[in-house]
Design a binder for this molecule. Structure first.
Ligand code: GLU
Length: 325
């Protein structure tokens, strides 16, 4: 019964005191007007209290495992409070692993608790409502923010300060919280999950790089990448293009490790057979790059790192990107 809330730091936990002084999960919950009135028992767990840029895959995996146990013990849903900077990556990672119908809802704040119009309390209230909403079951990981509900696999932080920072560029929110009622408007179908028991030592040793193509990019950062990394995500221009001279460099890398092609634009899909110039999507896919589909570069990197850590070779990686991309 009730909700298990895991607190992982972020703006929602900034106390206004010393830099390393943070509000606890209990402090955060206590500051939410109307939370007690919901009648939802809360089991609050403090995991880490850090800026979200310092969270790791292992932290997220630990929370997913603890959350799985909480659901097995009867929790109706899960809420995670964390910093917004990496929330989209953490949410997508959870979504790839979460095996329960119980909603797993991530939230945070754009304004610190002591600021005028702090948004943390409203976001936590909405997240708890979503976590216990029958309509939100079976949707995997969700992000509740600004009274909107976003599917983890589509959402992204799109603004550095706005309280409406989370958007889902290709799909829009899957739901809204209106007068406290959770309205789910779209139900994205669940896709194949990845194993939760990834070996932690192997995961820590699995490095996946992200390279963003830029104007007049000479590509020298790639020269010895295969010596240090097990995979690469390329954030290409537009529909998945890079400067012509980078195409053979990426092709050589693709012969040594999975290289996934995505778009740096933040919306839409990479294409597969529309342009033919050197450095175009057709050229790059022909050289062995893997089509990242509609996944943005950050999500593609999450998926690729998990796959590489589980020992997936190119064919399995390509198949997973067909599923998730
Ligand atoms: N927005 C930052 C984050 O994502 C907050 C940094 C902090 O909590 O100090 O965590």
């Amino acid at each position: 019964m009730g909700v298990t809330l895991f607190a992982l730091g972020g703006t929602i936990s900034v106390s206004g005191g010393a830099a390393d002084e943070r509000l606890t999960g209990a402090d955060i919950a206590a500051a939410v007007p109307g939370l007690g009135g919901l009648g939802v028992p809360l089991d609050v767990r403090d995991v880490r209290a850090v800026p979200s840029g310092s969270l790791t895959f292992a932290d997220v995996l630990d929370v997913v495992q603890a959350a799985s146990r909480a659901v097995a013990d009867g929790a109706d849903g899960i809420v995670v409070t964390q910093g917004t900077d990496t929330l989209e990556e953490a949410a997508f990672l959870v979504d790839l692993l979460w095996r329960h119908d119980a909603p797993f809802v991530l939230t945070g704040a754009m304004r610190q608790p002591a600021m005028a119009g702090a948004d943390g309390p409203a976001n936590v209230l909405a997240a708890v409502r979503v976590a216990v909403a029958p309509a939100a079951r079976g949707l995997g990981a969700l992000v509740a923010f600004n009274d909107e509900v976003h599917a983890a696999r589509w959402t992204a932080k799109s603004h550095s300060t706005s309280t409406a920072a989370f958007v889902s560029p290709n799909a829009g929110p899957v739901g809204h919280v209106v007068e406290g009622r959770v309205r789910i408007l779209a139900r994205p179908e669940r896709r194949a999950l990845l194993p939760l028991d990834t070996d932690r030592t192997r995961l820590a040793a699995t490095r996946v790089a992200l390279h963003c193509a830029t104007l007049d990019d000479d590509g020298t950062t790639h020269t010895s990448l295969a010596d240090t990394h097990q995979g690469l995500v390329v954030a290409g221009f537009g529909v998945g293009h890079v400067p012509a001279h980078l195409a053979p460099v990426l092709g050589d890398l693709a012969a040594r490790m999975p290289v996934v092609l995505t778009s740096r634009t933040g919306g839409g899909s990479v294409l597969s057979h529309t342009y033919r110039a050197p450095g175009s999507e057709t050229d790059l896919l022909g050289r062995g790059l893997i089509d990242g589909g509609m996944l943005d570069p950050y999500k593609a990197r999450v998926l690729l790192r998990l796959l590489c850590a589980s020992g997936a070779e190119r064919t399995r990686v390509a198949a997973a990107f067909v599923q998730h991309g």
